[in-house]
Design a protein around this ligand. Structure first.
Ligand SMILES: [Zn+2]
Ligand SMILES: [Zn+2]
Length: 139
């Protein structure tokens, strides 16, 4: 993604592009997998945790990132690949490896539909499978 694309990505989500916001979008786009605030901090170096957290919270409000809880109190963030600014249409299953602590996007696995009781309306389904990834199993 070019710098121009990052700017228009922010603008299309109603977010004013600032240096920090552009930097974080660029980093998320290049990493291609969900990362924690700590991992972002490590790869950015110029930004502290609270600035990163503020930007991510803003992104989430504008549906520019998804957040995924790994179940160990760590939240990971990834760029939303949906072009819609209202709601997400790029739901997918995540796999959390308990050995290498990577969170992997499984785009080819269908998201199971969980039936909800009458009178409820499901807006979003988060599926996280925990286990050992292929890379770790081969070691
Ligand atoms: Zn692993
Ligand atoms: Zn993902």
């Amino acid at each position: 993604m070019e710098k121009k694309d990052h700017t228009s990505l922010l603008e299309s989500h109603g977010i004013r592009p600032t240096v920090n916001r552009l930097l974080i979008v660029k980093t998320l786009a290049s990493l291609r997998h969900p990362v924690s605030v700590k991992e972002l901090e490590d790869s950015l170096l110029t930004l502290d945790k609270s600035s990163i957290f503020r930007v991510l919270t803003l992104f989430r409000e504008h549906h520019l990132v998804h957040s995924i809880e790994t179940g160990e109190g760590i939240v990971k963030y990834e760029l939303c690949l949906s072009r819609h600014t209202e709601g997400d249409d790029d739901e997918h299953v995540h796999f959390y490896c308990e050995r290498c602590h990577r969170t992997i996007c499984l785009h080819d696995v269908p998201v199971p539909r969980v039936p909800v009781p009458e009178g409820f309306s499901a807006e979003e389904t988060n599926v996280l499978v925990r286990g050992i990834c292929d890379r770790c199993l081969r070691l």
